[in-house]
Design a protein around this ligand. Structure first.
Ligand code: CP3
Length: 340
């Protein structure tokens, strides 16, 4: 299959394409279901989660499905209350800031704590019937830790950076617990049928290279190495990684996801031309008229230059209010222009 072959830098008949956040509120058929259930209820119902995983596969002609779930689902079986509040995003209570808070976090068995996700994986695999592969995922230790320590999204990461730099022993204990949970969760996804795995380090770009290498990278590398041992292709993704891309890429992952801050050819050189890369169109281009959108897609493909191991994607997730027809157009153009 195109997508899995590209992850391993094997020749493909056309460049594979999928979109981060390809399931979600920009799709009317998603919103129709969402009016009847909360986001967390949708995740917990394997029939619903499988259906919304399939929606973009049917409509967009993408080369991979990504499990409908969330990087924050594991915090609940760890013992933290999780809510999604309109206008605020995720709210986690209580925030994890003291040794007692960290000690209380449970390292749970994924099948017990998140069995509904594995049910969804099995259902999706059945519905996909081999047409395209299913990507499983989890949040990277830093990004998940930031939500736990801040208690939600943040602009400044005041508490997270304070713990990381001021209380390194506590920080490492927290990161170690999150990593254990994450590895077990991803292993279970593969057992259930996930055919590739992506680790989302969405907010790692708020760190300096020194912070990243000292306090975060060793944990991410351990998780990625365990992911590799499951035998499926592994993607590592971060945004804002340009200041330390060589270092971010130097992990056991097969594929490195890059955001739009650098042209793909420059980013690819820094990652290493011997690795597969995923990216990197700015999702904001999806709001532009067709001629400008076309240019943006062409620019990414020109920089990829037909090299083996390119997976077309955005630099970050599809935004709400994105016109679905534009997503379909991009998927078609990529296939048409790269067919060999
Ligand atoms: O990509 C996909 O289509 C697969 C599903 C997926 C979701 N979240 C579904 C979702 C994936 C891979 C994620 C990952 C995720 N979740 C990340 C990392 C990726 C990224 O975008 O950087 C992060 C940071 C989260 C945490 C999270 N979940 C946030 C910040 C939000 C938005 C909250 C809000 O109020 O808008 C969510 C909710 C969420 N996760 C939605 C979806 C489809 C929207 C839920 C809804 O209201 O219907």
């Amino acid at each position: 299959m195109r997508f899995l072959d590209a992850c391993l830098r094997k020749p493909v008949d056309a460049t594979p394409v999928w979109f981060m956040r390809q399931a979600g509120r920009y799709l009317p058929e998603y919103r129709a279901i969402r009016t009847k259930a909360s986001f967390l209820e949708m995740c917990e119902r394997p029939d619903i989660a499988a259906e919304v995983t399939m929606q973009p596969v049917r409509r967009m002609g993408v080369d991979a499905a990504i499990l409908y779930a969330d990087i924050l689902l594991p915090v609940r079986p760890m013992g933290i209350k999780l809510e999604f509040v309109k206008g605020e995003g995720p709210v986690l209570t209580p925030p994890v800031r003291t040794p007692k808070d960290v000690a209380r976090l449970r390292v749970f068995d994924a099948q017990d704590g998140l069995g509904f996700v594995m049910e969804t994986v099995k259902l999706v695999r059945r519905e996909l019937a081999g047409k395209v592969p299913l990507i499983g995922f989890a949040g990277a230790p830093f990004t998940v830790a930031s939500y736990l320590v801040e208690g939600g999204p943040s602009k400044e990461y005041r508490w997270t950076k304070a713990m990381m730099r001021g209380e390194p022993v506590l920080w490492n204990a927290l990161m170690t617990k999150i990593s254990k949970v994450t590895v077990g969760y991803l292993q279970s996804q593969v057992k259930a049928g996930a055919q590739a795995l992506q680790l989302f380090d969405s907010w790692v770009g708020v760190l300096s290279k020194e912070d990243y290498e000292r306090s975060v990278k060793p944990h991410s590398v351990r998780v990625l190495a365990a992911m590799k041992r499951t035998g499926v292709p592994v993607i590592t993704f971060g945004t804002g990684t340009s200041p330390f891309l060589e270092s971010f890429a130097a992990t056991p992952a097969d594929v490195v996801g890059v955001d739009w801050h650098e042209p793909l050819d420059a980013a690819w050189k820094r990652v290493g031309l011997g690795r597969a890369v995923q990216g990197n169109m700015d999702p904001a281009y999806l709001f532009l008229p067709r001629p400008r959108l076309k240019d943006a897609v062409k620019a990414v493909l020109d920089k990829a230059a037909g090299r083996r191991g390119h997976i077309f994607n955005l630099g970050h997730g599809i935004m709400q209010h994105t016109p679905p027809e534009n997503v379909r157009a991009v998927s078609d153009w990529v296939h048409e222009w790269t067919a060999r």
